[in-house]
Design a binder for this molecule. Structure first.
Ligand code: FES
Length: 97
């Protein structure tokens, strides 16, 4: 086992769970699109290595209303996120960096 050499200051997990059915899941409500947009945002801001954006499985808030994300170290949960909510999430990512 080795110790990590790159430790992010922030880490946002984006649910991209795909149930493969019509049952509510974040893949059906733009989870993957949000993941890609936040990855691009982090790169554009020059924050690669400081901010990790990671796809994750179910976070337990599945809905047809929107996808779910969580930002650490804030432990801030974003539930039923819609495209218009990404501006606020991006602001939160930048806070304190
Ligand atoms: S499928 Fe994303 S929270 Fe359950």
């Amino acid at each position: 086992m080795e110790s990590a050499t790159i430790i992010p200051q922030k880490h946002i997990f984006v649910c991209c769970n795909d149930r493969g059915t019509e049952k509510a899941c974040c893949m059906n409500v733009q989870g993957m699109e949000f993941f890609r947009e936040l990855k691009q945002f982090v790169a554009e801001q020059g924050l690669i290595g400081k901010v990790f954006v990671t796809k994750t499985g179910c976070l337990g808030y599945c809905s047809d209303e929107g996808s779910n994300l969580v930002l650490y170290p804030e432990n801030k949960w974003y539930i039923h996120v819609k495209p218009e909510d990404l501006k606020k999430i991006k602001e939160d990512i930048l806070k304190g960096l």
